[in-house]
Design a protein around this ligand. Structure first.
Ligand code: C2G
Length: 138
């Protein structure tokens, strides 16, 4: 039984997100999966604007059966406190972050999982924009 945590925006929730939740939950081995969900304000510092506001993204992520708890991610520095406060055993991120959080290795296991190919919130946003353009022209 382990407690696992992963962080992200999880905008326009898609199967790439579900896949990282599923695999992170497997690592919990019957324990808990906590999601650090980027606040809208924190996303602004990442230079990211999400299609859906925090409360909506939180509602969708909480609906995923692999997820046990959602906490707000408000800054880059909170991870060490979160790991200590929630007694986290494993920190998980997708492989696009490989190596970026290795400093957490002195607090818990750090695992980078392969990204799910061919799907991203950005790609979905582009499709939505194209559909809106088609609608506007019709
Ligand atoms: N992801 C994935 N496969 C995809 C898309 C995303 O495995 N096709 C993973 C990413 O690697 C990341 C997680 O899903 O681990 C969330 O992705 P984003 O919502 O884009 O999160 P990001 O903007 O990378 O923010 O402190 C960490 C940051 O909050 C991460």
């Amino acid at each position: 039984m382990k407690t696992v945590i992963t962080y992200g925006t999880f905008d326009l929730l898609h199967y790439g997100h579900i896949e990282i939740f599923r695999r992170a939950k497997e690592l919990a081995d019957g324990g808990k999966l906590i999601i650090g969900l980027s606040s809208d304000e924190f996303n602004a510092t990442k230079g990211k604007t999400s299609h859906m506001p925090y409360e909506k993204r939180k509602e969708l992520v909480e609906a995923i059966r692999y997820v046990d708890k959602v906490i707000p991610e408000e800054n880059w520095e909170q991870k060490k406190n979160d790991i200590t406060e929630h007694d986290v055993d494993v920190f998980v991120m997708g492989s696009d972050w490989k190596g970026k959080f290795d400093e957490l290795k002195d607090l818990c296991e750090v695992v980078y999982l392969e990204r799910t190919p061919a799907i991203s919130s950005t790609a979905i946003k582009n499709v939505i924009a194209e559909l809106q353009a088609i609608e506007a022209d019709s």
